[in-house]
Design a protein around this ligand. Sequence first.
Ligand code: ADP
Ligand code: MG
Length: 738
Amino acid sequence: MDLIRLKRVSKYYYNKSSISSGFEKVNLNLNIGEFVVLTGESGSGKSTLLNVISGLDSYEDGEMYINGEETSHYSEEDLEQYRRKYIGNIFQNFNLVNSYTVFQNVELVLLLNGYKKKEVRQKVLDVINMVGLTKYKNTKASKLSGGQKQRVAIARALVKETPIIVADEPTGNLDVKSAKGIMKLLSEISKERLVVIVTHNYEQVEEYATRKITMSDGKIIEDKVLKETKKDQIKAIEYKNITFMNKLLLGLRNTFNIKTKFILLTLVYFFLTLLVFSSYSSIRKMDFDSSNDGTNSYFTNASADRIVINKNDKSQFTDEDYNKINNLSNIKSISKDDLFSDISVNLSSDYLGMSGAVSSIPSDLKISKGRLPENDDEIVLKVNSSNYIVEDEDIFKYSFTMEDYDGNLIKRNLKVVGFVYDDKLQYYDYGIYASDSVLDIARKNNNIKYSSVSLTVNNKTYKNTSTTLPFRVLPNQYAEDGKAIITENFNSFCPKEKCYGNNFHIYLKNTYYDASLDVVPTMVTYKNIFNKYTGLPKEEYENYQYTILISEGDYNRLFVTKPYQASVFVKDINDLYNTADELKNLGFNTYIIKDMMLSPMGDFAGVIRILKVISFIISIIVLFFISYFIIRIVLKSRNVYYSIIRILGSTRRVSKHLLMLELFNDITISFSCFIILIVLCNKNIIKVSFIKSLIGYFELKDYILVYLILAVMSILIASRYSRKLFKASALETYREEI
Ligand code: ADP
Ligand code: MG
């Protein structure tokens, strides 16, 4: 039985408009031990015949038998298997992986065929030695001369130990001397194989050939046996599928071995990572905003873990109350006076000013820079860590004045002693931690500003309305406890228009508490004596109409209070309602901010979120295609590689896996670079405010999700790309590329 037998085989090329013939009705038997030279003028069909014999191309008519087996029904996969078992190819253009060393090029065939790296080493070295390239085994293929390249190609064809070696014009690109050497080498290996060489330079091979076949115009016109050979039967070599370890090894090798490609891909993926991150972060930000930061007409700080409390009996908070709350398990922190969580104050120095919410200093406050306050005049600022003021070393020397929103003084000579970083804040947002004594003053200001005062005198109550002048109470150094200094205009409220000695019942009410005070006017002033009895300038008299001047002590009794309201922040939001119940049991009224939140979009929030998610998905798809096209351009140089390994016997699946590994490695490296960048930004070693603004809302699971999205994208890109690559036959791809 012949190793190869062609019976009236024809091959046609189908073009758009015409059919041309490669060769027609060829009959041929080929066997082990033969060194066949195929010759003929250009265009006579030599290459076509060789490609059909070596399974790189299919044929249309007739039948080709391999070891007696019909092949006309062979699929692309069957041909692949045939090539792997039987064929070693040598090309005119060498077909080497230029970025691999000589050793790696030869080793590649065996790795693709499932041999372990360790077990092939010696064999590879032997074959390299046989073609005389031991000296160059670690040289990259791109650095070799033409003759040396062809020797590598021969070594590669030999190492697989296939029964058939085919070579299409192997010396076409070589000088005469190298060509001779190559031919000699091929003749040596033909002893126990079938070697078929195409050449139009018959003289070069004459002395080695055992058979000469001449073609012309698609037909064999001469088939001459020059030397008798004994027709050995052969066993086709066994091959295994590529192992996972080999894929991994080649994947890694391919990731790094072309530096420009590696850098380009890493850059492309880096920007892709950045874009996926920023588009994902807009969803995270929205989730964060809607769960933590909706709006509420009363509470500016509408964070979802906040429960506002006051006492059932509406009394002031005591240390004992705070202790009781702190003993509950789910408490993250208590804002002892939460009034200022919702109202900002201004802080200004000669050099800079800012505004923000003030709160008391939590017992477990973690300072990021500087130190904790040690006395009542020292404050700590909560800022985004990329806020420029963090870098301002002089800020610790400045003297700040705190005023309330309307410009009323709270405290002078405050010193900033530390920063707390919170990257969920915007750059222009500040939080201020101040001592309880500063908060006491702020609270007093607030009580004064937001209380309504009414006056009961002679059994009639006068409320502040738009038609009467608002009553005011103010402290005055000339007034004594329980007594009041009033202006003349009050007399109209009193019997006989004389208020002196009457009882003034002052009633004060605000959101938090109400209080009352009884005073007796012991001085009724008019303009001329105003200064004498109040110490105030005479010109101010008009401004003090309807003002009751009382002693400093009485004034403080009305307005200086401890907090009536506090905010509790919980650790675990899922347990929010249980914690609220526990607080109720302790005697507090609770207002759960989460329930009172008015989402910025109201009922549309859900719809908006869905739209955001859809737009995220669309942007991922768009990014996928953009990066696919960029990566395709970068990978164009890889087409040669993938068509080479395909010719060497790699299946579509294997090529796809190798490409996936290559892209996967790249994306992992880019992602790691990105994570390093984030860590550096977070530690403020480098400053990229854009990145900081992206990651404020990210948790570990978000990083994992983004990574998975990218990994899936790289897999999809790889499989799309390999599908495209495999649409054309290996030969076509290869022809196109060179
Ligand atoms: P040779 O190798 O002897 O120079 P070929 O086998 O390359 O000849 O070509 C044989 C015939 O087939 C020629 O007429 C050529 O034009 C045609 N041919 C070869 N390759 C293709 C192809 N890919 N598409 C169409 N026609 C082809
Ligand atoms: Mg040719």
